[in-house]
Design a protein around this ligand. Structure first.
Ligand SMILES: Cc1cc2nc3c(=O)[nH]c(=O)nc-3n(C[C@H](O)[C@H](O)[C@H](O)COP(=O)(O)OP(=O)(O)OC[C@H]3O[C@@H](n4cnc5c(N)ncnc54)[C@H](O)[C@@H]3O)c2cc1C
Length: 444
């Protein structure tokens, strides 16, 4: 564990905490103005203060400003992705499978328990650090990035927010160190209309019994821990939806099919069936009938993660192509990246990537500040996935024939980008959310 990113970052995190306790609010503003890593409570109290006198001395900082911990996270994950994941990326895509050694290293590096408190074996970092890690991984491999994203922003968060003390004690240390998690909401009959699900739960003497099936479940080949949404009381409609924890290997639980996909092919996506799956009562996650609320809240946060994945993907595609255009390929006696027609596209694309990241960071910072971030998360996901599609498509063109062949990564980034407009709410669903929230603001 000495090489662990989490361990390497701990001194930075500690320095931030000391600065807060030693110097009070003036030091807090310096330490956590950009990131609020040190003390979310103190920082958010500051940011949310309604006292005019206090707000007047609040100095806003650039959105892109990172705390010491966040900057260290960015550098460490970037290096890890380059050194360890990049050499395997093409092979994993061709094999349509995640190398188990990569999964092991993600745990070793502390990247599977970013926000899990240290008392449970996690890295104890903030949400923005997780977002930064997801972006850095996607810059190299969007499949690895989504594994980390789903595990951290959906699964770990679900246990942290809604799990009983017993569930937390049992599972958080494992989720931080050796157990991959999956989030099972979608079904053949319910995608965008997620709460029209058909999977049912019935109460038994010892706990619950699940029957039904889920579709398109990320991480299911690697996972041992599944958060499953099922309707415990269909007479109440979506208000019967309840969340459960199911372990792989439970009788009646089956991975029925592994999908073959257009992109993020190293990430497993499977159909799961439940045939009289019996689970103990302690595997109830949170309260009966609250599952739809949990799913909405988790996906609101998760969307910031997907937006970060798409921003990282766009940057990775852009970097891969501009290196070629400015260093390798000459036509008409000059580097192809020196033609003005190319330079304008390259510059325009970079601006869009930066704009996407600004939306991502704003949504993440607002979440950490305890503000309403639902519209911001939807805007970030919508825009970042559009940018990822546009930039990775152009990057293929900038590289000409070399962009189209499967030797490099240009075509892979392009294929991988499409998923951004589909999972965790399609682009139309994000637009619905944005429009609904705007209409609320502009309706008297
Ligand atoms: C690779 C991959 C990984 C996934 N991972 C997971 C996972 O881990 N867990 C999980 O639970 N799910 C997962 N999903 C499922 C994903 O969240 C759904 O595919 C997504 O929500 C869309 O649902 P759908 O595919 O049924 O499309 P549909 O809902 O059938 O939508 C099809 C089209 O209709 C449009 N549409 C639907 N409703 C409306 C509306 N009200 N207004 C306007 N347009 C509308 C959509 O925008 C879309 O363009 C994954 C999917 C994929 C492909």
């Amino acid at each position: 564990m000495s090489s662990s990113i989490a361990r390497a970052l701990r001194p930075a995190l500690k320095r931030g905490q000391q600065a807060v306790s030693a110097s009070g609010l003036s030091a807090v503003s310096r330490t956590c103005r950009p990131a609020r890593t040190a003390s979310r409570l103190q920082c958010s109290a500051r940011a949310l203060s309604t006292t005019p006198a206090r707000r007047s001395d609040f100095v806003p900082t650039p959105l892109s400003h990172l705390s010491e911990t966040e900057a260290a996270m960015k550098e460490a994950v970037g290096k890890f992705a380059n050194d360890v994941i990049l050499p395997k990326t093409r092979d994993m895509d061709e094999a349509e499978a995640m190398d188990p050694a990569v999964v092991e290293q993600l745990f070793e590096q502390g990247l599977m328990g970013i926000e899990i408190p240290e008392e449970f074996g996690g890295a104890g970092m903030n949400f923005t650090s997780a977002i930064i890690g997801i972006e850095e991984l996607a810059r190299i491999d969007p499949s690895v990035s989504v594994m980390v994203d789903v595990h951290n922003t959906l699964v770990n968060t679900a246990v942290l927010k809604y799990g009983s003390e017993a569930l937390k004690k049992k599972w958080l240390p494992r989720l931080a160190t050796d157990t991959v998690g999956s989030f099972c909401l979608s079904e053949p009959v319910s995608g965008s209309d997620a709460f029209a699900m058909a999977t049912k739960a019935t109460e038994t003497e010892g706990g619950f019994k699940l029957n039904g099936g889920k579709m398109w479940i990320t991480n299911s080949m690697e996972a041992n821990f599944f958060i499953v949404f099922a309707n415990l009381d269909p007479s109440k409609g979506y208000k019967g939806i309840t969340a459960f924890v199911v372990e792989k290997g439970t009788k009646g639980f089956e991975i029925a099919k592994k999908e073959k996909k257009l992109g993020i092919r190293a990430s497993s996506t499977c159909v799961i069936t439940f045939d009289d799956v019996e689970i103990p009562k302690e595997n109830l996650l949170g309260e009966r009938g609250q599952g739809y609320k949990y799913a909405i809240s988790l996906l609101n946060e998760g969307r910031i993660g997907i937006a970060a994945q798409m921003t990282g993907l766009a940057l990775g595609a852009w970097e891969n192509a501009v290196k070629y255009c400015w260093n390798d390929r000459k036509q008409f006696g000059q580097y192809i990246g020196e033609f003005q027609g190319m330079q304008h596209q390259i510059a325009q694309s970079y601006v869009e990537i930066e704009a996407a990241r600004a939306l991502v960071f704003n949504a993440a910072r607002k979440k950490e500040a305890g503000e309403d971030f639902v519209r911001d998360a939807a805007m970030a996901k919508l825009y970042a996935s559009q940018v990822a599609g546009r930039v990775s498509g152009l990057a293929v063109e900038w590289m000409g024939g070399m962009g189209f062949v499967r030797e490099g990564l240009a075509e892979k980034f392009f294929r991988d980008s499409k998923i951004g407009a589909i999972y965790e709410g399609t682009s139309n669903i994000q637009l619905n959310t944005i429009a609904k929230s705007l209409q609320k603001d502009y309706t008297s």
